[in-house]
Design a protein around this ligand. Structure first.
Ligand code: MUC
Ligand code: MG
Length: 367
């Protein structure tokens, strides 16, 4: 089997409810659909979400690196030789979402070619993931209304609150209202997307003491190494590295330098292969992981479920798997269902990311 050609298709689907957070706002899923075609007809599919405010990639840069650099260098290679292909991709630095989607599409090919669900190739630990829902910036009462609706409609009982606003009292008030309205048994954690300084984050931790928050993600810029380390030492709850740890090397640097003591693994930026390396590092060091969300479509979400459900450590906590519910439409042929707060792994060869071709024709931007 050989890689014959690679498509990088730009598409845009509006959000019915845009997501706003400290580092940006997403109102349209302007993503790139990657399809790796092989000479024997097997096609690997994956989604690449550009997040310029996080990694610097854009729709154009993803298409460009895939069609102009990756594609000519790997055409003709056997997709089973992932080690060789990754050595070639690694010659280009950064471009995490482009590389991540490329890797997931390769795994999709391997699953289809061997007639095996990729979840089982990776580890096959379990057949579903518990869902955590991400709440974007909104007034406190609207946040509570949304959380209660998601509890009621989907059985979701874990929420990540986007914070990082000033004055700090806005987010502190939101935490109080959510805890009072949701009760003590709902998991609640925070993600500031680098919106605060380390000292502001410490103040928030002091003023939310007693509210049972479980994690604090990317409170400030990890590059502010000294104050960040002080925060991690003083925090009573784990400090999760997210945008500071897209690669295994980044994760080891941040963990060893005390910049975080838990890690968000995102398949959209690490693929399955580098996500495995990050996971190995974390389990070896005894560090908690969370399966994160890159504001993913259903296509990206099914990839996260495929990986997250493959291992005990990645399925222990609820994964962030529900942002697609705020999109007006999607490309997946068989939509994802959330039942009793969980999403099931697809028992089909590959990742289970079959595309609705009519929808793709409607939303693609290159035709
Ligand atoms: C998250 O966990 O930070 C927001 C920006 C991004 O890159 O991912 C999202 C969610
Ligand atoms: Mg985050």
């Amino acid at each position: 089997m050989k890689i014959e050609r690679i498509e990088a298709i730009p598409y845009s689907i509006p959000y019915s409810k845009p997501l706003e957070f400290a580092s940006g706002r997403v109102s349209d899923a302007e993503h790139v659909l990657i399809r790796i075609h092989t000479d024997d007809g097997v096609v690997g599919t994956a989604d690449a979400p550009p997040r310029p405010f996080t990694y610097g990639e854009t729709q154009d840069s993803i298409i460009s690196v895939i069609t102009k650099i990756f594609s000519p260098a790997v055409t003709g290679l056997d997709p089973m030789n992932r080690g060789k292909i990754h050595q070639i991709l690694a010659r280009t630095i950064h471009n995490q979402a482009a590389k991540g989607s490329f890797d997931i599409a390769l795994w999709d090919i391997i699953g289809k070619a061997t007639g095996t669900p990729v979840n089982r190739l990776l580890g096959g630990f379990t057949d579903s993931m518990e869902v955590s829902h991400m709440l974007g910036f909104q007034p406190a009462q609207q946040l509570l209304d949304e959380a209660l609706r998601f509890q009621d409609e989907y059985g979701i009982n874990t929420f990540k609150l986007k914070v990082g606003r000033r004055p700090l009292s806005l987010d502190i008030e939101a935490c109080r209202v959510l805890r009072a309205g949701l009760g003590p048994d709902t998991e609640l954690y925070l993600d500031a997307n680098r919106g605060w300084t380390a000292n502001e984050a410490l103040e928030v931790l002091r003023r939310t003491d007693g509210l049972g928050l479980s994690l604090l993600e990317e409170p400030c810029d990890a590059k502010e190494a000294m104050s960040r380390r002080r925060l991690v030492e003083k925090s009573p709850i784990p400090v999760v590295g997210d945008e500071s740890v897209p690669t295994a090397g980044d994760a080891s640097r941040e963990l060893l330098s005390g910049g975080c003591n838990a890690i968000s693994i995102k398949t959209a930026r690490s693929g399955f292969t580098e996500a495995q390396q990050i996971l190995g590092l974390c389990t070896g060091l005894g560090v908690d992981v969370v399966m994160g969300n890159q504001i993913d479509t259903q296509l990206g979400t099914i990839a996260t479920v495929t990986f997250g459900a493959a291992y005990e450590a990645t399925s222990r906590r609820a994964g962030e798997l529900s942002n697609f519910l705020d999109m007006s439409d999607d490309l997946l042929a068989e939509p994802i269902a959330i039942q009793d707060g969980r999403i099931g792994v697809r028992d089909v060869p590959g990742v289970g990311a079959d595309i609705d071709e009519d929808k793709l024709a409607r939303y693609r931007q290159d035709k």
